[in-house]
Write a protein that binds this ligand. Sequence first.
Ligand SMILES: Cc1cc2nc3c(=O)[nH]c(=O)nc-3n(C[C@H](O)[C@H](O)[C@H](O)COP(=O)(O)OP(=O)(O)OC[C@H]3O[C@@H](n4cnc5c(N)ncnc54)[C@H](O)[C@@H]3O)c2cc1C
Length: 429
Amino acid sequence: MVEQIQAALGGNVGLALGYILLAVLASQLVLMAYSAAARVVHERRQQRLDRERLETLVTAAKYRYKEAQEVIHGWNGYRKFKVTQKSSECEDVYSFYLVPHDRKPLPPYKPGQYLTFSLDLPGRDKPVVRCYSLSDSPMRSDFYRVTIKREKAPPDKPELPPGLASGFFSDHVQEGDILNVKAPAGHFYLDMTKTTPICLLAGGVGLTPMLSMAKAVAESGLRRDVWLFFGCRSGPEHMLREDLLKLSAYENIRVVVCYSRPGKSEVKGQDYHHEGRVTVDLLKEKLPSNNYEFFMCGNGAFMKTLNDGLEAWGVPEKDIHYEAFGPATVKKKAAPAVSAVAAGPACKVIFAKSGKELEWNPAQANLLDFALEQGVRIESGCRAGSCGVCSVAIKSGGVDYVKAPDAAPEGGSCLTCICRPKGDLVLDA
Ligand SMILES: Cc1cc2nc3c(=O)[nH]c(=O)nc-3n(C[C@H](O)[C@H](O)[C@H](O)COP(=O)(O)OP(=O)(O)OC[C@H]3O[C@@H](n4cnc5c(N)ncnc54)[C@H](O)[C@@H]3O)c2cc1C
């Protein structure tokens, strides 16, 4: 090569060597500049990762602090709240904004939790107790919001009276009214100290806890991957539109609105995203994998179908969480404690007041669902052993709890939503 350069330079060996030296030096310089630039890029990436890690730690610490505050500021029993705003969200659905009457601070809550209301309804001697999920961001410390759908008589039994509490909220509760409310509670919530990607599945008014979860992630500033699928029949049932729209503006949050029966004037891509129900096939189409924590809330059929589909897709049971607003349809292993309680010997359950003597069905998750399935009406609230509404006196026999009650029931009674018979049982229901 030297000879070639020498020839090109007319035989000048010194000049040729000089050029070679210069070329070597130049390449050294380029190499040094390149590795310096690569080091800077690497350091910047490392700094960004460190910053993100720190942000995650700070957010987790903030949540732990909030949880500690919750213990400090939570209240026992009922507290008076004023309805400061009532807004229509869609056909038969209203949101109620609640501010504590005593103006003292509001404890934060975990996204997914609910409030318990004790309502004095005209013509009823006993208060009616019902639970409603908090539907706004838990970051708001100035008010709570619940969103309530009017419950009509079941389509196959139109002769029955419509829902008591939801009808009362829809028709009678107005701005300025005072309501008795228990502190936020419930075990169905999003753990904000985790960063796992989440997929929220909402059917109808089951959107309420999901919205709170998605908003919590959005406002935390964390870039946690969130998919929110919301299913309803068509536009008139499309509740909380504004909230959903705002959520879809976040880069890490994807909202998919599914109409099962869109109206003629409703436009795909504008009013909704997908025609059909929320199904596991749709999830397979949209999600990059099944590696998500799934949270679902909707009517019985919605939850059963999705739960079965997710299990068939290989989603581990521990990654499927659900909240039932009514009788549980996901009779799995999903109430993990249920499987831990022995099905027990075949036994009889006698509902004394209703005059029914029945064979216990071990497939049932609890005595409340069993009673409702058999046409024995027992009042219920939280369905989680917290509010005490489903408490029934035991005339003889005993029960096993599938989870420990939040507050022990009165002596000689049981919380039917979280217990099963130990053996033959007579209940005062
Ligand atoms: C944790 C939790 C969170 C919840 N969050 C929400 C929420 O965010 N938003 C929301 O809208 N709801 C929510 N719910 C549901 C809510 O608590 C109520 O169950 C719902 O509003 C219906 O209550 P109601 O008093 O209006 O109806 P009820 O009076 O309890 O009636 C319920 C149904 O039973 C029918 N019925 C009436 N009489 C009989 C009879 N004799 N035999 C058989 N059936 C009869 C009624 O027609 C009606 O269809 C939640 C429930 C739980 C457990």
